[in-house]
Design a protein around this ligand. Sequence first.
Ligand code: SAM
Length: 197
Amino acid sequence: MTPERYAKILRVLSKRQPTLSVLMDQVNKPHNLSAIIRTCDAVGVLRAHAVPPGNGKALDFEGHTFEATSGSAHKWVRVQTHADTLEAVRGLQAQGVQVLATHLSQRSVDYREADYTRPTCVLLGAEKWGVSDAAADAADHNIVIPMFGMVQSLNVSVAAATILFEAQRQRLAAGMYDTPQLSPEDLARHAFEWGYS
Ligand code: SAM
């Protein structure tokens, strides 16, 4: 590895936001998964979460579509898979992470009202069926991007980008990209791993 490459890895890792993530709930189209991961990389998500469609089968992540759409983003954003959405939500909450379900309900608020400087995971649903009512109920808040058109919803990767860049905006304003959010040990460990990717 060249010194320039290593310097770039350190620069990127020093902006990574280990307290910002997404949970993709049975998002089943590889091009959507890929586009979401690419956005995650751009805003500094360290690790994403996914419940693969079809009862915990392997994610269709490594196929041609994923690689073609994500660029090489999947190398830099690890995806942790979970067998069950509710368990994943509760597990994140047990670690002090607020889960924001992208879901239209009685208690939904405009996505810009959420505080993304807190440890946050954005729960995203599949094209056909969205986030389940049970997972939305278990989430800390339900958020929506206001829609004024004829069509009721956005593509999931577009919704993810809209919300994650609001999170980036808030975190930039709070200075959360100015100092490394990873501990020196974690930063060094990731730099070592990325150096061999
Ligand atoms: N038929 C589904 C439903 O009723 O929820 C539509 C799902 S939408 C095509 C796919 C996903 O994109 C949603 O589960 C959500 O994660 C996200 N999404 C789409 N439009 C959104 C919006 N206006 N606000 C927040 N999230 C949205």
